[in-house]
Structure formats: structure tokens, C-alpha cells
Write a protein that binds this ligand. Structure first.
Ligand code: UTP
Length: 254
């Protein structure tokens, strides 16, 4: 019997140390790409993939995320009174996206532990996991691509990305049998192997349950975050022209 995936878990309790000082008091997941917090892209990808329920793993100092996906009565009232209908819709949108619930990871004991914290809320159902700082641009949302494979094979599915050999040791890397059409049967996983020991050039990225044509940015890293901002801004009609012009006029050095 096919069991559909109704829940997605977003681990968001990490300390975000690579992004200090910004993340000292602001959750990394609330840093904006252009004008939208990173975590909202994640929730939108989940919803656009057809999953209605989101479980966010939070921790101390992460409450702005909960406020973001809740109503803001005062803000909505002010915008309504001022007849700012477009801004009102933007402000309301996060609270209307999905059924979001939260559970805490009391101590940042790593990603695996964070996902385990969702067990009481997820139960024994199949579920998706989305790491919010892996931001993926794809015509078909990455989670949707994984779900389609999951529906077909009824197996766990992990998104992979080809990585140049000299950068492979920064990733979890799979040993895999090529099934064609960008699909692999994973036979082993190695965490951060030395370049010469890497079983393939296929790295695990932050989507579990595939993205043959998706661009992924590590927005938890300062350079990746800047790249993601430029890439997402270039997708926005109001920013694309002026931003390209700005980039064109920069002095690129040598
Ligand atoms: P990262 O390793 O990218 O996040 O984890 P981090 O630990 O916050 O960042 P750095 O390395 O210190 O800069 C991927 C995702 O897993 C969550 C993070 O919030 C992030 O969304 N995570 C990580 C947890 O929920 N709990 C943890 O204990 C660790």
C-alpha cells in the first residue's frame, strides 16, 4: 500500500556558528534572502511539494521563527487601516502557508538528534526532512522530486549533488549504483572522506525523501548566503535589472 508523506521536519535548532556575529541573537533561519527569511523558502518548498504539515525543531533564542509563522494582529490592523493591501497579504502569507508545529531540541546535539526530537509529532509515518540553509532553486521543488521517487520505489530517498573532487571532503558522500536518469541506489555513506577515499563525487544535500536540475546554495555559510541573495534577487523582476547594472559597474579587480 502506498503511504503518502504528510509531514516534513525542518531542523532549525543549530547554533549557526559559521554566521557569527549575525547569529548571536538572530536565528540563522531568519536571515533574509532578498526580503524573505530563509526558513520561509523551506516551508514554501514543502507546501509546493504537496505536504501540508511542517514540524520545526527549535531551541533557545529561536522564537522569532514561531512569530513569523503566526498572525501579527497589530501589524495586520495597521496595514488594513492604512489600506496597504499588498503589504497586508505579504505579512499574512507566512501564517497561512501550512500547519506548523514546534518542538524543542534542548541542546544542539547535532542534526540526527534534532530529527529524532520530531518523533513524538511524526510518529511512524514516512516524512520529509528539509535543512533550511540548503536553499534549492528548481522548477519542480526538490522535495516534490524526492516524493515522486519515494512514491515509485517506496524507499527512503536522499537528494544528491555532484561536487568537484577537491571539495568533496566537506560533504557526506555516497557509494552508489547508477540506475540512470539521475537516480542511484545508495549502498554506503561516508561522512567527510579524504579526497582520495571518496567513493563517488555525489554529496548528500539537505533534502531527504532528488534534484537532477536544481541549484543548491549553502546559505548557512557567508559566501553561499551572498551567492543565494544574488541568485534569488536576479529571479525578481523588480531587482534583476538594477542589480545586473550594479554588478556590471563593479570594479572586479584584476
Ligand atoms: P548546520 O550544521 O548547517 O547548522 O545544520 P548549525 O549547526 O546551526 O551551523 P554552524 O555549522 O554552527 O554554522 C543544518 C541544520 O540542522 C539544524 C540547523 O539549525 C540547520 O538548520 N541543526 C543542527 C539542529 O536543529 N540541531 C543541531 O544540533 C544542529
Amino acid at each position: 500500500m502506498q503511504v503518502s508523506v504528510r509531514k516534513a521536519v525542518i531542523p532549525a535548532a543549530g547554533l549557526g556558528t559559521r554566521f557569527l556575529p549575525a547569529t548571536k541573537s538572530i536565528p540563522k533561519e531568519m536571515l533574509p534572502l532578498v526580503d524573505k527569511p530563509i526558513i520561509q523558502y523551506g516551508v514554501e518548498e514543502i507546501v509546493d511539494s504537496g505536504i501540508p504539515e511542517v514540524v520545526i525543531i527549535t531551541g533557545r533564542g529561536k522564537s522569532p521563527m514561531e512569530d513569523h509563522f503566526d498572525r501579527s494582529f497589530e501589524l495586520e490592523h495597521v496595514l488594513r487601516t492604512r489600506q496597504k493591501h499588498e503589504l497586508l497579504a505579504i505579512a499574512q502569507h507566512p501564517s497561512q502557508l501550512a500547519q506548523v508545529s514546534y518542538t524543542r531540541q534542548q541542546e544542539a546535539r547535532g542534526l540526527g538528534h534534532a530529527v529524532l526530537c520530531a518523533k513524538p509529532l511524526v510518529g511512524d509515518e514516512p516524512f520529509a526532512v528539509l535543512l533550511p540553509d540548503d536553499v534549492i532553486q528548481a522548477a519542480t521543488p526538490c522535495i516534490r522530486q524526492l516524493l515522486d521517487i519515494h512514491d515509485q520505489y517506496q524507499a527512503s530517498v536522499i537528494a544528491l549533488m555532484e561536487v568537484p573532487k577537491d571539495r568533496i571532503s566537506a560533504y557526506g558522500v555516497v557509494a552508489a549504483e547508477d540506475l540512470g536518469n539521475g537516480l542511484y541506489r545508495i549502498t554506503d555513506l561516508v561522512e567527510k572522506p579524504k579526497m582520495e577515499d571518496a567513493p563517488s563525487n555525489l554529496a548528500i544535500i539537505g533534502r531527504y525523501v532528488f534534484t537532477p536540475a536544481g541549484t543548491r546554495y549553502d546559505a548557512g555559510d557567508k559566501l553561499g548566503f551572498l551567492q543565494a541573495n544574488v541568485a534569488f534577487a536576479l529571479q525578481r523582476p523588480e531587482f534583476a535589472g538594477p542589480l545586473k547594472e550594479f554588478l556590471r559597474t563593479q570594479d572586479w579587480g584584476a
